[in-house]
Write a protein that binds this ligand. Structure first.
Ligand code: BES
Ligand code: MN
Ligand code: MN
Length: 464
């Protein structure tokens, strides 16, 4: 809003006086090991959902509910007392990734600790820290103004890290109570060097498993080597055929639905402050590789990929064992861009593997999960309101970036609910999400609370 002061003194006062309690609450949330992929943590996911519901109620939100989806529950809450103002649907996820390899953590993943200016724990960044900031922003606004400037509906799910398998159906069934003007998701990050950013697109994903089976049990490689097909060799042949030396995926039709980059897109990407040498050094890498003809940032944000995520079969112990393994397996995923469709890509992937699979073994391919890519227009007024909020609170106008990760529900927000999605995330790019020693910068966390509060003020005039 024009003329709005840069800080809200009452809000600042409240946030200052509640600082210690806020960190305690953040840590309590992080202590719940809500790993969605592991059935033995199903009760923990439920506990995290209930913890959130209690925290939402404590912040002053209404219609708080832990709702069943068939999988881990979703948590809903709202505040709807601004009849002349727009409605925002806030989405985030309370589930986290598994923590292995545990031995690489410097402190236990579910015993959060503050080290310097970082909160260290699984979920501190992806995504518990960011949904906690939303709770704190709502609580602070309600405590100091007794109202919110806009209507807000909160939807937090517990299966994002497992492809959100039950969420699309729940959204469709609950469409009526999810009516809003825009969805805001805080589950992305800042640009390299901790530059405030708004993410304009996310890639989709197709995740599959390849199983190659030869015999019921392993065979003596002396007695059978040179006579039978080796499933591990056969799998290696298949994987080696999936991509060419030019970094391009060889599956026929793979690129059919990829939209070419416009000159304007290429220019915008080239203008980002990306220091490739620093990036290499930060990751301890000798070189970056990928599809020829595209820059690093173009490849990361706008081009589809194919990667092996896991590969196993045969003898894995110390020393040697002379066998022809009975079977071999690979997990393979493709990151997809608009307008690629995960189901169509899976069909093309499967058909190609069936065609190239070596003889003498049985090769099967199955789909494990998928999600559509998503895009938000930069000039949408909600995107611009978020940009003003970032600039007012972080002191720097955001850059607009395209990210390589996936949030499958984004596409459902537009297809099922007809909502534009603004990706307003606050995590530093090297925060070790999904890896050991995940961390959240506490400066970003604190400022993000102010950004969210400010964004609600900036959205008051959103055209509807
Ligand atoms: N928060 C991430 C998505 C993300 C990652 C956005 C990097 C921007 C940059 C999300 O929690 C995530 O990890 N998604 C999974 C989805 C998958 C399980 C279907 C992903 O991208 O691997
Ligand atoms: Mn996430
Ligand atoms: Mn994640």
């Amino acid at each position: 809003m024009p003329g709005m002061p840069d800080t809200d003194a009452a809000l600042e006062g409240h946030l200052d006086s509640t600082h210690a309690a806020r960190l305690e609450s953040y840590m309590a949330f992080l202590r719940i090991p809500s790993i969605s992929a592991m059935p033995e943590h199903a009760d923990d996911c439920r506990r995290a959902a209930q913890w959130l519901a209690d925290a939402l109620a404590e912040a002053g939100l209404e219609h708080v509910e832990v709702a069943e989806t068939g999988g881990h529950p979703v948590v809903y809450a709202d505040w709807l007392h601004a009849p002349d103002a727009p409605t925002v649907l806030v989405y985030g996820h309370y589930d986290v990734q598994p923590v292995d390899p545990l031995e690489l953590w410097t402190s236990p993943p579910f015993e959060p600790v503050v080290v310097g200016d970082r909160m260290l724990a699984r979920g501190s960044a992806d995504d518990k820290g960011q949904i906690h900031a939303h709770l704190m922003a709502a609580g602070a606004l309600l405590a100091t103004r007794d109202r919110l400037p806009i209507n807000v509906k909160y939807l937090f799910e517990g299966e994002e890290e497992s492809s959100s398998v039950n969420l699309a159906a729940w959204l469709a069934a609950e469409r009526d109570r999810l009516v809003a003007d825009v969805a805001i998701i805080s589950d992305t990050g800042f640009f390299e060097g901790n530059v405030p950013a708004i993410t304009l697109s996310l890639r989709g994903i197709m995740y599959a498993q390849i199983d190659v089976v030869g015999t019921d049990v392993d065979l003596h490689s002396g007695g059978y080597g040179g006579v039978v097909q080796n499933p591990a060799n056969a799998l290696a042949t298949i994987i080696a055929s999936l991509k060419g030396p030019d970094g391009r995926v060889r599956i026929p039709g793979f690129y059919d639905d990829v939209e070419p980059l416009s000159d304007a897109d290429r220019e915008a990407i080239a203008a980002l402050p990306f220091d490739e040498a620093a990036y290499l050094q930060q990751h301890g890498l000798p070189a970056l590789v990928g599809e020829v003809g595209y820059s690093t940032l173009e490849r990361r944000g706008t081009r589809p990929t194919l990667d092996v995520n896991g590969l196993w079969g045969g003898f894995q112990g110390d020393g040697s064992k002379t066998i022809i393994p009975a079977h071999a397996h690979a997990k393979v995923s493709c990151r997809l861009v608009a307008a690629q469709d995960p189901d169509r890509i899976f069909e093309a992937f499967k058909a190609y593997i069936e065609e190239i699979a070596p003889p003498g073994v049985t090769t099967t391919v199955r789909l494990l999960g998928g999600g559509l890519p998503s895009v938000t227009p930069m000039d949408h007024p909600a995107t611009q309101a978020a940009a003003r909020a970032l600039e007012a609170t972080f002191g720097q106008a955001p850059v607009y970036i395209r990210e390589g990760g996936s949030i499958p529900v984004c596409a459902s927000f537009s297809s099922v609910l007809g909502l534009p999605v603004v990706l307003l995330g606050f995590v530093q790019p090297d925060s070790h999400a999904h890896a050991p020693n995940e961390w959240m910068d506490l400066g970003n966390y604190e400022t993000s609370i102010r950004t969210i509060a400010r964004a609600w003020d900036e959205l008051v005039d959103l055209p509807r």
